[in-house]
Ligand binder design. Structure first.
Ligand code: ASP
Ligand code: MG
Length: 411
């Protein structure tokens, strides 16, 4: 029988009552003849609570025990979902990651899935079981320890199962009814997209759109998994939600498909570093060793052999980055001053249409200039343009760009 993967996020399994509602959806697909693999998140708020317990108990926690604790939220919802389905006379069984097994790397708290042997679950389907409920977000390392996949990781569990079982589709049930042109909370003209290309979704996810974990989109793109994002709170139909798919499957699209933002960005500048081979490697090597995720990088033209180096990073990593730079100062690196601005944000426009149409950057800069917004740093890729601007202009910039690129209208 064809296999369908259905993933329910934290708000969709937040109470026994909501689990019942989700189970009814599963029942609809079972009645159509699918063998269903259900991936569940923890009840909403649960993972945060567990992370809090760990931090309270041990500020410099052992990552293996962090995983042991924070993976447990999904165990509860997996068992409850299986029980709920059984109450509906649907043959169902739950699996924790290690039981499948979901084999991962040993990078605790951000492990990657390496393999999901389908044999155990397939054998049970052959015996008449109709639904396998799997705890998302978790797996087992080569050392036999429980691992987790990073926050939001049950999306990745779902896509990995869809790939491993050759599922017809992977439906991600969440509390929004799809992927929007931008965040409807800051732009009331935001429009739900019927389809979005994997690459666009990948950019939007890594730019901070929280609807899918970035790695899940990467996996879906690699294995061409048909991925649908839809609400578990609205009526179900085959057209519901947003389909994340190959760009060939999209007939018409706007040049820009979405405007994304990330609020908590900071900008750091090292003034007057030597302009010679090896300097960038020293700076960004030290930042990387300190676990700082650098995003944009700009090096100024040099004067008399010295230059300024600017980079952006999440605001909560500023202290770490400052420490890393001060640790190498006077040893591997000399600089006049380290200037930090933690009042910036990043706003980006994304669209595969940019590959074939020029002038998008010019238009974006014109829109921002008309609003009197100063651009501090710019970066581009084939399908994305990002700017760093003062945080107080974030909403204004998003709304103005949404208007200028007419994203409220479908192509
Ligand atoms: N429960 C985990 C989290 O909150 C994983 C997930 O829900 O995707 O990050
Ligand atoms: Mg999520």
């Amino acid at each position: 029988m064809p296999v369908l993967v259905m993933k329910f996020g934290g708000t969709s399994v937040a109470t026994p009552d909501r689990i019942k509602r989700a189970a009814k959806r599963v029942g609809v697909e079972v009645a159509k003849g699918y063998d269903v693999i259900v991936i569940v998140s923890a009840m909403s708020g649960e993972t945060n609570k567990l992370v809090g317990y760990v931090e309270e108990t041990s500020p410099l926690f052992d990552a293996r025990e962090y995983d042991a604790v924070v993976s447990s939220g999904e165990n509860v919802t997996a068992g409850l979902m299986a029980l709920t389905l059984q109450e509906m006379d649907i043959p169902a069984r739950s699996w924790q990651g290690w039981q499948v097994p979901v084999m991962t790397t040993s990078a605790h708290s951000s492990a990657r899935i390496e393999d999901i042997p389908p044999d155990n679950i397939t054998a049970r389907f052959a015996q008449g079981m109709r639904v396998a409920v799997v705890a998302g977000f978790q797996g087992i390392s080569p050392e036999g320890r429980i691992t987790t996949l990073g926050r939001g990781g049950s999306d990745t569990t779902a896509v990995a199962f869809a790939a491993a079982f050759g599922a017809e589709r992977c439906d991600i049930y969440t509390d929004v009814d799809g992927v929007y042109t931008t965040d409807p909370r800051i732009c009331d003209k935001a429009r739900k997209l019927d389809r979005i290309a994997f690459e666009e979704m990948l950019e939007l996810a890594s730019l901070g759109a929280k609807v899918l974990q970035t790695r899940s989109v990467e996996l879906a793109m690699r294995y061409n998994v048909k991925l649908r994002v839809l609400s578990s709170f609205e009526e179900q139909s085959d057209e519901a939600g947003t389909l994340v798919c190959d760009e060939e499957e999209i007939m018409e699209s706007n040049v820009v498909s979405g405007v994304a933002y990330s609020r908590d960005e900071a900008k750091m500048t090292l003034l007057s570093v030597a302009d010679r081979p090896g300097i960038a490697s020293i700076i960004f090597g030290a930042l990387s060793d300190a676990g700082v995720n650098v995003d944009m990088i700009v090096q100024n033209i040099s004067e008399e052999g010295r230059t300024d180096m600017t980079f952006s990073l999440p605001t909560n990593q500023v202290a770490r980055a400052e420490r890393a730079m001060n640790d190498i100062r006077g040893k591997d690196l000399n600089f006049a001053e380290l200037v930090t601005d933690d009042n910036v944000c990043k706003v980006s426009v994304v669209g595969i249409g940019m590959r074939s149409q020029s002038g998008v950057a010019a238009k974006m800069f014109k829109v921002l200039s008309d609003e009197g917004i100063n651009i501090r740093v710019i970066t581009t890729s084939e399908i994305k343009i990002s700017v760093l601007i003062d945080r107080k202009y974030m909403e204004l910039a998003v709304q103005a760009l949404h208007d200028a690129f007419e994203l409220e209208k479908a192509a």
